[in-house]
Design a protein around this ligand. Sequence first.
Ligand code: CA
Length: 373
Amino acid sequence: MGNFLKKKNNRRNFLKKTALLSTAAAFSTFIPKKIKAAKSYNWKMVTTWPKNFPGLGTCAEIFAKMVNEGSDGKMNITVFGSGEIVPAFEAMDAVSSGAIEMGHGGPYYWKGKVAAAQYLSAIPFGLTPQEQNSWFEKGGGQEIADKIYEKMGCKFFVCGNTGPQMGGWYNKEIKTIEDYQGLKMRAPGLGGEVIKAAGGTVVNIHGGELLTSIQSGAIDALEWVGPYNDLAFGIHKAAKYYYYPGWHEPAAILDCFINLKKWNSLPNNLKKIIALSAKAATQQMTNEMIAGNNMALKTLLNKHGVKVKPFPDEVLKKLAILSNKVLNKLSSSDELSKKVYKSIIKFRNDSIKRSENQKKFLETRMKYVNYEK
Ligand code: CA
């Protein structure tokens, strides 16, 4: 190789090296030496349910698991049953104060704090489960609920729906509206207010104490949810009659409430994961309740010989008249109650005509169609 070529090659190598060095320098300017790890969150969720209680407690667990897995471990939620950290009805205080990050329960448990909250659970003769989920998503419910929960220092999400409930367990037959006179019944929320108006005495007892309360005779009747949940508590062992329909709770949503300051401190991706997990857990619970109620009702009827009865039409008619009176009066007590009540009633009234389709279908299916097994 001549001197000229040698020089040329050397120059080429020099240029290559320089180019590589400057590229490396450019990269080192833009890439941080160590990629900063995203912050992890370890949160507690207190609930108003016994740990892993079918449908209700399991909904909280399903939600937590979805968030844990969906965030790839960046947000770990540990679920606690009622009484494990705080008693059932102190869950909201624990979250409002920031002592605990989040909770799971039912909006009507918090009516003593903000009266308007109880309308979010259910209103007597109100919305079906699908209509209720639709009102929260498309009928302005989420926005109103956020205003209500903001007063308790929390962010709100629907996280579960019980589906249509049963009318409750009674130790005496309900033949007329007068049978409610002096009846001592566990019945929370607005349905409880209607039973009071019918002459009953209403007590609010959480799930864990239902069976002992009716066994001891402390109460004459109770409503809880439906066959799937009621069978799990063994209520059939202590009550004679199981009535339907659940006029007081044609559906009832469960709430996920998050301390507002803690919520606001979350990055957007975790906020989105929480919102979507709450929605997915609601759907999963709705599905679980249908399948669970199908099986549990069979067990109650065939294995335990439970007497399942419809309320007489005349009783339902009078309960409906009382509901109208009670709700009109209660909802006029403050602006937020008025707002939430009016919004639900509008959605309900808009739903009536459309639901004729569903009514006719269900009637026809029951009366005329008997597919072979
Ligand atoms: Ca109930």
